[in-house]
Design a protein around this ligand. Structure first.
Ligand code: MTE
Ligand code: MO
Length: 268
């Protein structure tokens, strides 16, 4: 990527060098954004940060304007990805011998801080644009139709792993609670302050699963006990663990990483 660099040509004044230094600092503050956008958009469309600066008339030295341009690019990126999303295209599936063992743990905290949820008193809260707002016990969720998948989880931090997850097809759950399936978003609140959200098309995808089991046993704490969402068509951070509440809405609920600059749609 071509970031503005100070040059040592004859007309490089002290002021120019200072500006370049300042723009490097601004860019460094937006590193997650830039890495993400560069990888997902600029390389494919042969746009560089330099070209973006010229197109936007933004000198990359003013934090607010850089931020506005990058957020606008990412919202555009969301719309293109939503447009390209194929509701029927399945993520690849694997066989039991492909399962990664041990499966990696990831969260915004170390493994020993994973929330310790009491399954016997647990109730999944449901709210928003749904007909039936009753909460759900684990037993009630296990009484719904179940499905199993062996798919690849891809984390934005640069690793991927194959796992087996079982639970209720999320479409089945949304139908059961009388969700407005024409609403735009489904939001998730987790027991550990994490939160995320999905576009309705992805929520209804045949492989999107309200997961109770990992490798045929209840989810261990580190992998999201007692309930997580498995979304094999999206990056790992769009797979909330320890889900406490689900809501259907037309207002984008954002997410823990999404609100810090990771692209919201983040399809694979
Ligand atoms: N509640 C909660 N869910 C979460 C996270 C988290 O920190 N808290 N991290 C996300 C990220 S970035 C990844 S890669 C996966 C990791 O899931 P795993 O521990 O089962 O591998 O969980 C996602 N869901
Ligand atoms: Mo991740």
């Amino acid at each position: 990527m071509s970031t503005p660099q100070p040059t040592d040509t004859a007309h490089d004044t002290h002021a120019d060098a200072e500006d370049a230094g300042r723009s490097r600092i601004v860019l460094a503050e937006h590193r997650p954004w830039i890495e993400q956008l560069q990888r997902r958009l600029f390389l494919r469309s042969s746009l560089s940060i330099g070209a973006l600066a010229m197109l936007s008339g933004c000198n990359l030295q003013d934090n607010d304007s850089v931020d506005k341009v990058l957020w606008a690019m990412s919202r555009w990126n969301d719309r293109v990805q939503a447009w390209l999303f194929d509701r029927n295209k399945l993520a690849p599936t694997y066989s039991a011998r492909d399962i990664t063992d041990p499966f990696p743990f990831n969260a915004f905290y170390p493994e020993f801080d994973a929330p310790d949820v009491d399954g016997s008193t647990y109730r999944l809260e449901v709210s928003g644009l749904v007909a039936d707002k009753r909460s759900w016990s684990l037993q009630q969720l296990r009484a719904l139709p179940q499905a199993s998948q062996i798919t690849r989880h891809v984390c934005i931090e640069g690793w991927s792993a194959i796992g087996q997850w079982s639970g209720v097809p999320f479409r089945t759950f949304l139908e059961r609670i009388g969700a407005d399936l024409s609403a735009r978003y489904v939001g998730f609140k987790c027991a550990d302050r994490y939160y995320s959200s999905l576009d309705m098309a992805t929520a209804l995808h045949p492989q999107t699963q309200l997961t109770l089991d990992f490798r045929n046993a209840p989810l261990p704490a580190r992998y999201g006990y007692p309930l997580k969402l498995r979304v094999p068509t999206k990056l790992g951070f769009k797979n909330p663990k320890h889900i406490a509440a689900i809501f259907v809405t037309n207002t984008n609920p954002g997410g823990y990483w999404e609100d810090q600059g990771y692209n919201w749609f983040s399809g694979l």
